[in-house]
Design a protein. Structure first.
Length: 297
């Protein structure tokens, strides 16, 4: 099967976050196009006001990367979200995987994305997917789901990852006040059931697998930093269903493939434990080997 494009869907691990934080900051501080003047009196401000609803709709679920949260402009301009995403996506595994096949690429990864949104982004862009496009879905944590058994104003999501919930449960508990703080603690102790969240993910995966096969679209699924259905059905096109690419990177024992300079390999996934571009290139190689060995194309 001949493909002409690689299309990636996922969270920050797909968006290329962490590719080179120092270089990213250097570009942000040097390149005026990375900022938007939101003052109405300026042409760029008017342009921004015209497009702000469209941008907010497109990026409303996007979390600004943690290492950029405190970056400020002297005139209080705002970071240009599309330009920032374009920059990081150019250094992601999606581009490197496409380069290895000698084809074009498109990247729909967003920092902070949850798996339900990933599912919907795929169907929102289904017109781009066909038998000549390789679709790669890198799933995020199962715990980023909305809490539909909480009232809407308290739903938010459970937590960024299983590791972080285990190590920092107080961050979930303390995000509520009064009754809600007490109930969040009660929920974690008495009602939290990982099987519920895994069941949601299983349905996303079953649905997409059947839909891709029905439409003869080549696809691969994988986990960014944790397994989301470890004890459920086995899926042929799923790279290391019971593990994650974060774990693969850890097992290399390399310390120069991570977002932040470090003297040791990260023990668990945290907010700043993304791969850098070297790490994303390793991910690209691992996925290509899986694709070739399993005759995905």
């Amino acid at each position: 099967m001949i493909i002409n494009k690689v299309i990636g869907f996922g969270d920050s691990f797909t968006a290329g976050e962490g590719w080179n934080s120092n270089e990213e900051l250097r570009i942000i501080n040097k390149d005026d196009s990375m900022w938007i003047d939101t003052r109405i009196s300026t042409p760029s401000g008017k342009e921004w006001l015209v497009s702000i609803k469209e941008q907010r709709d497109k990026y409303k679920e996007w979390e600004l990367p943690f290492h950029l949260a405190n970056v400020k402009h002297p005139k209080n301009f705002q970071l240009n979200l599309p330009k920032l995403l374009e920059l990081s996506r150019r250094h992601s595994w999606v581009r490197h995987l496409a380069d290895s096949f000698g084809v074009e690429w498109e990247n729909f990864g967003l920092s902070g994305e949850n798996n339900y949104n990933i599912l919907n982004t795929i169907f929102k862009n289904k017109s781009l997917l066909n038998e000549n496009s390789l679709v790669v879905i890198m799933w995020s944590s199962s715990l980023r789901e909305k809490l539909h058994f909480f009232p809407k104003e308290e739903q938010d999501f459970l937590f960024w990852s299983k590791d972080l919930l285990e190590k920092q449960p107080e961050r979930f508990i303390d995000s509520g006040d009064g009754f809600w703080k007490e109930y969040r603690k009660y929920f974690l102790v008495n009602l939290y059931d990982e099987d519920y969240f895994e069941y949601l993910q299983l349905n996303y995966i079953e649905l997409l697998s059947k839909w891709f096969e029905w439409n003869n679209i080549p696809y691969v699924m994988c986990n960014a930093f944790e397994s989301i259905i470890p004890n459920k059905r086995k899926f042929k096109n799923y790279y290391k269903q019971n593990s994650s690419l974060f774990e693969d990177l850890r097992k290399t024992n390399k310390i120069d493939i991570w977002q932040e300079e470090t003297t040791e390999v990260p023990k668990y996934h945290s907010y700043s434990h993304h791969p850098n571009e070297k790490g994303y290139m390793i991910i690209s190689d691992l996925l290509k080997n899986f694709i070739e060995e399993n005759n995905i194309l």
